[in-house]
Design a protein around this ligand. Structure first.
Ligand code: PEP
Length: 253
């Protein structure tokens, strides 16, 4: 049986609690049962409770945009996986390129965040991707390998099914530029090979992210190497988000 598609919306630093509740309520009103697609959204931390409440009776799951590696302590501004669990949040992103670029996150701290979140029972979407210069220099595979190595070093086969990898070329995020279909296929295949070399006993779920919209999504999702998408901008425009869900529901895997 083929796997379901996974469509994840990253709201970034948009939609505070009131707006999040409103948006999530409109989304819940438009979505009934989903057959072929799991839909997850990542509101800002302060909007998690509002979005969760509004989406409670819908099939949409709510997750965090980041999670800390410690369970409690002197880490001002950070969020413990225990607090996310307390809100019935089921997953978190780690390593989004905006965290790496603007907040100094390293592949090591991303791996630490991932490890604790998994240990506490959350699913984790680990984001990786190369810059435009790295792609131009032909070092994409090296960069992705270096980003994933500390994650794999801390990931047991038992917890591997709780991990999703999001391949997001940095230069494609929020820019309107999309990687070519050939590059997406080749890079996902490379990540799949890295995963398989770890000896985990199932195939990885690998999402593409970077300026996905209703015009380009069907072609990307048609690739056998692509399990779904991580979407920023188009995930907070209700008409576009609903259209992406419709495409994922309609596209055969
Ligand atoms: C993202 O934030 O992960 C992302 C892919 O953003 P966008 O879809 O806006 O490029």
């Amino acid at each position: 049986m083929s796997r379901k598609h996974l469509l994840v919306g990253n709201w970034k630093m948009n939609l505070g609690p009131h707006q999040a509740r409103e948006f999530a309520s409109s989304l819940a009103a438009e979505i009934s049962a989903l057959k072929r697609t799991d839909v997850w959204v990542c509101p800002p931390m302060v909007s998690l409770a509002a979005a969760s409440e509004a989406l409670l009776s819908s099939p949409v799951l709510v997750g965090a945009q980041n999670v800390h590696w410690a369970k409690t302590g002197a880490f001002t501004g950070e969020t413990s996986p225990l607090f996310l669990k307390d809100l019935d949040v089921t997953f978190s992103l780690t390593g989004h390129s905006e965290r790496r670029t603007y907040f100094g996150e390293t592949s090591e701290t991303v791996a630490m965040r991932t490890e604790t979140a998994l240990a506490e029972g959350l699913k984790v979407i680990v984001c990786v991707g190369e810059t435009e210069t790295e792609r131009a220099n032909g070092t994409t595979d090296q960069v992705l390998g270096d980003q994933l190595a500390p994650v794999f070093a801390r990931l047991s086969a038992a917890l591997a099914p709780q991990v999703v990898i999001a391949y997001e070329p940095v230069w494609a995020i929020g820019t309107g530029k999309v990687a070519s279909i050939q590059d997406i296929a080749a890079t996902h295949k490379f990540i799949q090979q890295l995963w398989n070399a770890q000896g985990y006993d199932h195939q990885p779920t690998i999402l593409y992210g970077g300026s996905v919209n209703p015009q380009n999504f069907a072609e990307i999702l048609a690739l056998k190497e692509v399990s779904g998408a991580l979407v920023g901008g188009a995930s907070i425009k209700l008409d576009q988000w609903l259209e992406l869900i419709r495409i994922a529901e309609a596209t055969a895997e």
